[in-house]
Design a protein around this ligand. Sequence first.
Ligand code: MF3
Ligand code: CO
Length: 292
Amino acid sequence: MIGRNDPCWCGSGQKWKKCHSPKEPPTTEQQKLAQHYYKNYRIVLKTPEQIAGIKRACKLAAYILDETCKKAQAGVTTNEIDALAVKLHKENNALAAPYHYGEPPFPKSICTSLNEVICHGIPNDVPLKDGDIMNIDVSCILDGYYGDCSRMVKIGEISPDKQLVYDVSHECLQRSMEVVKPGAKLHEIADAIEDCAAENGCSVVHQFVGHGVGLEFHEPPQVPHHRNRIQIPLAAGMTFTIEPMINAGVAEGKIDPITQWIATTRDGKPSAQWEHTLLVTETGHEILTLTP
Ligand code: MF3
Ligand code: CO
């Protein structure tokens, strides 16, 4: 149930009692669905106006990801790439969502996760070198709306196990996005990822999940990439990420006790990840973090 002091199901950010309830019950079918999704799952189905704002944030995130990936070459440090991201956020009147996010506050504006780092790598002064693979993760806030995406880059010649996770994580994301349409169950996303990883002898990280995104950085639902039984049907207006982390060895990771952020594989074998923000539409889905 929605309490009178809970945020309204419409995503206005106002209290339910001050917004749509009880004086203004949902009228259209989409509003009824939105109330159902908020009551049952705390998922906000976005309005056309919210979708327009989220699309702008996603386009900017994809653009910044493009530019930072272009800069990723041997000899360049991840701090230099972070500095480029800072500049591009500023130029576009946006904020980097990771900056000072969480506890302890994330210290940089993007995540740069190399080789055995699963995710939440912190930019530093070590130059990239031949044989590295790296995920760059860009999340930006534009006019209060959020967009989130990440991608892998290769530096020079890479080993076969790095090439494997590079390719398989990409194929896992592609195949999982294909299932996204109204009525598909949330677990079908993970089914597609697990099947693809298993076919290629790779493992799927459990510890970190995709997530609703748009009005906040991380909103319901969680979108696990590993096998699960979540029966929530996808519905038009949902916006969420899929961001599978695929390992060459074991699925388990460990978190660096010093930074409390950097997650690496337990066996030190390589890991790779790709991420998009998606919108569920009446007929299927739209990938919001593509560049033209
Ligand atoms: N795409 C990642 C996520 O959804 C970005 C993490 S940024 C951090 O969590 F600040 F949390 F590190
Ligand atoms: Co994300």
